[in-house]
Design a protein around this ligand. Structure first.
Ligand SMILES: [Fe+2]
Length: 230
């Protein structure tokens, strides 16, 4: 199994490269446009064939590398069926399995941060996008965010996974790289709530500044990050 956690320091985004073996098929989760040359070099060095670039949701803080990767490698681009990105080559839904050789990711619909947010489950680990972060959860105040839906995604789906399931989020701003479901249930301050309403009130009280790049990133990501011709 080949597993690489790659980092974009500008947006603090984690991108994951997965493959079963050198020389085989690979997929990328949440690639960042500015890092595409780095991904292509690594894919070449490891003699991989990129077959799929998946975004867990339409990001507001960075531009996806999905479209550029598709142009460079011919890989498919994928997002959940709720996405407003018309450019993706395939749309998946709850329970659908994404594959690269024997690497299998099962899609779990986890709306709340956005209405197109998915988590991706692979054996002993879950790629939790911006739904479940390490000691945090994704904000719910734009892009059809919904704190009640996020509570349902967390308490009705992700936290029902076995405690030892590893958690790999789309971001971390403190240098933490992974966690586990059991660890987050116990120590994630956002999850220490007694009710759905308490979670909603907590999220609605955050009053965060909008992401710096939202007005650029969201329209660009609806085009899969492909730059418009001048
Ligand atoms: Fe996000």
């Amino acid at each position: 199994m080949l597993f690489r956690q790659l980092f974009d320091p500008v947006s603090s985004t984690y991108t994951y490269l997965l493959a079963q073996r050198p020389g085989g098929e690979a997929l990328l989760i949440d690639p960042v446009l500015d890092r595409v040359p780095q991904y292509l070099q690594l894919i070449d060095e490891l003699d991989l064939k990129l077959v799929l670039a998946v975004d867990t949701h339409i990001h507001a803080d960075h531009i996806t590398g999905g479209g550029e990767l598709q142009l460079a490698t011919g890989c498919a681009t994928a997002m959940g069926e709720q996405t407003k990105a018309e450019c993706v080559s395939l749309r998946f839904r709850e329970g659908e399995v994404l594959k690269a050789d024997d690497v299998r990711l099962t899609a779990i619909y986890t709306p709340g941060h956005t209405d197109d947010s998915y988590s991706l489950l692979m054996d002993d680990r879950v790629f939790s996008g911006d739904t479940l972060l390490i000691r945090g959860t994704g904000r719910t105040d734009f892009q059809n965010g919904d704190p009640g839906a996020q509570y349902d995604s967390l308490f009705g789906k992700l936290l029902l996974l076995p405690d030892e399931t590893l958690v790999y989020p789309a971001h971390d701003y403190e240098g933490r790289t992974s966690s586990s479901i059991g660890e987050e249930r116990r120590f994630n301050p956002r999850l220490q709530v007694a009710s759905r309403q308490q979670y909603i009130d907590q999220m609605n009280a955050l009053n965060l500044d909008p992401p710096r790049l939202i007005d650029v990133a969201v329209p660009a990501n609806r085009r899969c990050g492909i730059r418009m011709a001048a």
